[in-house]
Write a protein that binds this ligand. Structure first.
Ligand SMILES: C[S@@+](CC[C@H](N)C(=O)[O-])C[C@H]1O[C@@H](n2cnc3c(N)ncnc32)[C@H](O)[C@@H]1O
Length: 395
């Protein structure tokens, strides 16, 4: 039953501020004719040297901004978010999940279900077999919480076999993480590859936010990592930098929207032998589907939620097809359970140099023609894609 919104939101406040009981919370969507700023926010407790804090990551849909709030500051930060016109709140605590949806009439529809998260994240972490010990100094200096550590661990499990396969002889393994953000993955991959794949590793993290490079370099040095560097640049800028040569593996974890296409395009241009990209939002194709004049099976894109899911599938199918056409062996897998992140698909590719069959070419051309989409990755790699389509065109 719908109920008045203000008291329903008030009931969420203590759950959000209880950093012992909170597992995670997400505020998303918007109310009619209103626009929250940020457009999405995620809250979770983190264990830092300064003690347990509430971490809030807000995003404008493209660039996330993360802040850690001490118990003294957290109240004001949570009040600010509760005052924003989000359409949905999803709050998970150790013993319940509360979903609050704002109806068209501006009332709250609240659904609460019981759950049991034994002993919180710390106990969760100990029970699992980690590739990097959660107690590693790296995670302490990074301030990474259990959820991030689990994501990074899962990603490393996918990376390890590819790294073993593409490790070059006689020179260091070069890894570039594009859209590295706080560089949890960049640093963990660097440490793990050096120790476990027995490689002399050179790692570079690239992120468009200027403040990240300095912060990440400082954290890497505090963690005692050597052979790792950070650059404040867009992925497009990295493409023309003459220092970026001989890259073996390209990583991209949740690079926003078409930044994943930028990363994949660069991997192809660099002829990186290994590519691991876990895409994030897929707004580009979703927008194109929305404005297409006549597409098959219109029901697939009529409802916003279905259009969003279908755009995810279509975008990643196109990306995988294009990589295949350009000489990669490609798999698309779930790298982590969806309860940890809904963005859990991973495009995993190894360069083999095989030319595509005419059937593969036709599959791709039919797909983009049917759905009338102009894929960002194809635009970024137009000369390479045109050449391969011309060479492999069916008789
Ligand atoms: C969702 S965060 C993911 C960060 C990190 N890979 C992780 O998983 O923790 C996306 C990152 O991509 C960066 N980014 C977005 N577009 C970019 C671009 N065109 N060039 C470089 N970085 C970009 C943002 O600044 C942000 O740090």
């Amino acid at each position: 039953m719908p109920e008045p919104l203000a008291p329903a939101l008030d009931r969420l406040r203590p759950l959000l501020l209880d950093t012992e009981g909170l597992v995670r919370a997400v505020a998303s969507g918007r109310r009619r004719r209103e626009h929250p700023d940020p457009v999405r926010a995620e809250l979770r407790p983190v264990e830092l040297r300064a003690g347990r804090q509430l971490q809030i990551t807000g995003t404008d849909g493209r660039i996330p901004v993360t802040r850690n709030h001490s118990p003294q500051e957290a109240g004001a930060a949570v009040d600010e978010l509760l005052a924003q016109p989000f359409g949905n709140w999803h709050v998970e605590t150790r013993d319940q999940v509360v979903q609050l949806r704002v109806t068209k009439r501006g009332e709250a529809q609240v659904h609460t279900s019981a759950q049991s998260v034994e002993g919180g994240e710390a106990a969760h972490d100990r029970a699992r077999n980690h590739l990097i010990d959660p107690a590693d100094r790296l995670f302490t200096v990074l301030g990474a919480d259990g959820a991030k550590r689990r994501q990074v661990d899962a990603f490393l499990r996918q990376l390890a076999p590819i790294a073993r396969r593409v490790k070059p002889e006689g020179r260091p393994l070069r890894v570039v993480d594009l859209g590295c953000g706080n560089a949890y993955l960049t640093m963990a991959a660097h440490r793990y590859l050096a120790a476990e794949v027995d490689a002399d590793v050179q790692t570079l993290g690239v992120d468009i936010r200027p403040e990240m490079a300095e912060r990440n370099a400082r954290v890497a040095s505090e963690a005692g990592l050597e052979g790792i560097a950070f650059r404040a640049a867009s992925i497009e800028e990295a493409a023309v930098d003459p220092e970026f040569t001989g890259v073996d593996i390209v990583l991209a974890l949740h690079a926003c929207d078409t930044a994943t296409d930028d990363a994949l395009a660069l991997a192809v241009r660099w002829q990186a032998r290994g590519v691991l990209a876990a895409p994030c939002c897929h707004n580009d194709v979703q927008r194109q589907l929305q404005s297409a004049e006549s597409i098959p099976f219109a029901g697939l894109t009529r409802h916003a939620i279905l259009r969003e899911r279908f755009a995810d599938v279509l975008t990643d199918t196109i990306r995988a097809d294009l990589l295949r056409l350009l000489g990669y062996r490609v798999e698309v897998v779930e790298f982590i359970d969806s309860k940890h992140t809904p963005r859990n698909a991973l495009i995993r590719a190894v360069h083999t140099g095989s030319a595509p069959t005419p059937r593969r070419v036709r599959e791709y051309t039919d797909l983009v023609a049917s759905w009338q989409v102009d894929p960002a990755l194809a635009a970024r790699l137009a000369p390479e894609v045109d050449a391969v389509l011309a060479a492999g065109a069916p008789e």
